[in-house]
Design a protein around this ligand. Structure first.
Ligand SMILES: *Cc1c(COP(=O)(O)O)cnc(C)c1O
Length: 468
C-alpha cells in the first residue's frame, strides 16, 4: 500500500485513528499518559476511601469540534476520582476485587485488537484461544473429553445460556426449574427472558448451612414426575451470594441422574476453588454437572467482565444457539463464537482471562484462594461474640447481625454500623436476607491485612458494645 506524504497526519493534532504506517506517536503518548493516570489512581488507593463521597461530574455531550488529549485526560481523571476503588484495603463489600495486573494490560490489547468473537475470521487466533481455555477449565474441573464452553459477559448471561441449553436438550417449550431460595436473582431474569410461565422457577428451602434442602428437592422432583410435568433443570448453587453456601452437589447430582434431569451448577462464586487441588473438595461433585457457570471476574480479579458457561457436552451449545450464520465464511477448525452462545459481537474477553491466569500460575491461583479463606477465618475468629450471629457458608464471605435483634433492630444496627465503618474506610454491603438486614464481608481483597481485619472487628465490637 502506498502512503502519500502530503496526506501524512499532523502529529500535533489528535488523529482519531492511529496511523497504519508507523507506531503512531499520538496513540503512544495518549496510552502512556492514560497509563500514568491509572497507575496513580491505583497507587494512591489506600490514601482514599473505597467509595468516594464526592462524585465529580464530567461534561457528557460531545463538543462541536472535539477535544485534544489534555482535556480528554482531564475528563478521564474526573471519572476516576468518583469511581469505586476496589484496590482500597477496606473494599470488602462485594465480589469485586482489585484488577490483576496482567488482566489490565490484556484488556488494553483487547481494545487495540478490536477483534470480534462473533466469527472466526474476525478473531482467528482468539476464537481458538477461547475454546482451548474453556477446555482447560473443563479438564481442571474433571469434565469429560467432549466438554467445552463459551465466555460470556457476566454470570447472568452464563446462567441464561445454561438454562436455554437445558431446555433445548429437553426438547420442550416450558417446564419447571428447581433451585434453592438462596439461588441468584439472575435465574428470575432467565425465566422471564425465556418466557417461562409464572411459578416456573420453584425456589426450595435451604438447610441450616444455607445449602439446598435435599429432602425438599427429592419431594419436588417426585411431585413433578407424579404430575407428569417436565423439570427443565435443577440449578444448584456453589457459593450463594449472601453467605457463600455451597449446595450439596454430589447428592443433588445423584437425584438428577435418578430423575434424568439436567443439572446446572451456578458456581459463579465458588467454581474457581475447583482449580486448586487442595481446595477442590469444597466443590465436591461439581464435575457431575451438565452445565456450569463460573465467574473468574469475582475472586481471581480478572477484569470485568469475565464469566463462562462450561458444558459437559459442548455440542449442546451449537444445538441451542447455531443459526448457520449465513453472512460469514465457515470456520476452519473451531466453531464461530457467535454460534455457540447467545451473544453476537463480543470482545476477546479471553485475553485478560488467559493472561491473568498465566501471570498467576497454578500456585498463584492457589495463593489467591487460600489467602481469601485465611482472611475469612481470621475475621471470623476476631468476631467471635455471643451477641453476633455470623453466617459462614465455607467460602470467603461472611454475613453478620446482632443475634437478638428483631428485623427493625437489625435494619437500623446494620445501617448505623455500615455508616460508621464507611467513615473509617471500610465498605461492607448490607443485603436483605431471611427477613433481616445483614452486614456482608467479602474477603477477596488481597490488600486487606490482618491488622485491617483487627481494626474492622474492633469497630464492629465497639458498635455492638454501644448498642447491645
Ligand atoms: C454474581 C453472581 C451471578 C451473576 O453474575 P454477573 O456477572 O453479576 O452477571 C450469578 N450467580 C451467582 C451465585 C453470583 O454470585
Amino acid at each position: 500500500m502506498h502512503a502519500s506524504t502530503d496526506l501524512r497526519p499532523d502529529l500535533h493534532r489528535l488523529d482519531p485513528f492511529a496511523s497504519p504506517d508507523q507506531a503512531d506517536p499520538v496513540l503512544r503518548d495518549f496510552l502512556h499518559r492514560a497509563s500514568d493516570l491509572l497507575c496513580d489512581w491505583i497507587g494512591t488507593a489506600s490514601k482514599g476511601v473505597p467509595l468516594p463521597t464526592v462524585r465529580p461530574q464530567p461534561a457528557v455531550a460531545p463538543t462541536a469540534a472535539g477535544l485534544g488529549m489534555d482535556r480528554l485526560l482531564k475528563d478521564l481523571q474526573l471519572v476516576m476520582e468518583g469511581a469505586y476503588q476496589p484496590s482500597h484495603p477496606g473494599a470488602l463489600a462485594h465480589l469485586d476485587p482489585p484488577p490483576l495486573t496482567a488482566s489490565i494490560a490484556a484488556d488494553l490489547i483487547c481494545a487495540g485488537l478490536n477483534n470480534n468473537l462473533l466469527a472466526e475470521e474476525l478473531s482467528p487466533g482468539l476464537t481458538d484461544l477461547e475454546q482451548q481455555l474453556c477446555s482447560w477449565f473443563c479438564q481442571r474441573l474433571g469434565l469429560p473429553d467432549q466438554s467445552g464452553g463459551v465466555l460470556a459477559s457476566g454470570g447472568t448471561l452464563s446462567n441464561l445460556m445454561g438454562l436455554v441449553v437445558a431446555r433445548t436438550h429437553a426438547g420442550v417449550r416450558d417446564g419447571v426449574v428447581l433451585c434453592s431460595r438462596d439461588a441468584h436473582v439472575s435465574l428470575q431474569k432467565a425465566a422471564t427472558v425465556m418466557g417461562l410461565p409464572d411459578q416456573a422457577l420453584q425456589q426450595l428451602p435451604v438447610d441450616s448451612d444455607g445449602g439446598l434442602d435435599l429432602a425438599a428437592l427429592d419431594a419436588a422432583l417426585s411431585a413433578l414426575r407424579r404430575d407428569g410435568r417436565c423439570c427443565l433443570a435443577v440449578v444448584a448453587t456453589a457459593g450463594t451470594t449472601v453467605r457463600g453456601a455451597v449446595d450439596p452437589l454430589d447428592a443433588i447430582a445423584r437425584l438428577c441422574r435418578r430423575e434424568r434431569v439436567w443439572l446446572h451448577v451456578d458456581a459463579a462464586i465458588g467454581g474457581v476453588f475447583a482449580l486448586w487441588e487442595p481446595l477442590a473438595p469444597l466443590m465436591e461433585g461439581l464435575h457431575q454437572a451438565d452445565s456450569i457457570t463460573l465467574n473468574p471476574q469475582k475472586l481471581l480479579g480478572i477484569t470485568k467482565t469475565s464469566s463462562m458457561l462450561l458444558l459437559r457436552d459442548r455440542s449442546k451449545l451449537r444445538d441451542a444457539f447455531s443459526t448457520g450464520l449465513p453472512y460469514m465464511e465457515s470456520p476452519c477448525s473451531v466453531d464461530h463464537g457467535g454460534e455457540v452462545g447467545l451473544q453476537g459481537t463480543r470482545p476477546a474477553e479471553v485475553l485478560k482471562l488467559w493472561l491473568g491466569l498465566r501471570q498467576l500460575g497454578i500456585e498463584g491461583i492457589g495463593a489467591v484462594l487460600e489467602s481469601a479463606l485465611e482472611r475469612k477465618a481470621v475475621l471470623k475468629r476476631l468476631l467471635a461474640d455471643d451477641r453476633l450471629l455470623v453466617l459462614d457458608g465455607g467460602l470467603h464471605l461472611l454475613a453478620l447481625r446482632p443475634r437478638q435483634d428483631d428485623p427493625a433492630g437489625s435494619a437500623s444496627w446494620t445501617e448505623q454500623t455500615r455508616q460508621l465503618l464507611m467513615r473509617e474506610g471500610f465498605l461492607l454491603s448490607r443485603p436483605s436476607y431471611d427477613g433481616h438486614y445483614w452486614l456482608k464481608v467479602v474477603l477477596g481483597n488481597p490488600h486487606t491485612t490482618s491488622s485491617h481485619l483487627q481494626q474492622l472487628a474492633g469497630l464492629i465490637s465497639q458498635q455492638l458494645q454501644l448498642t447491645h
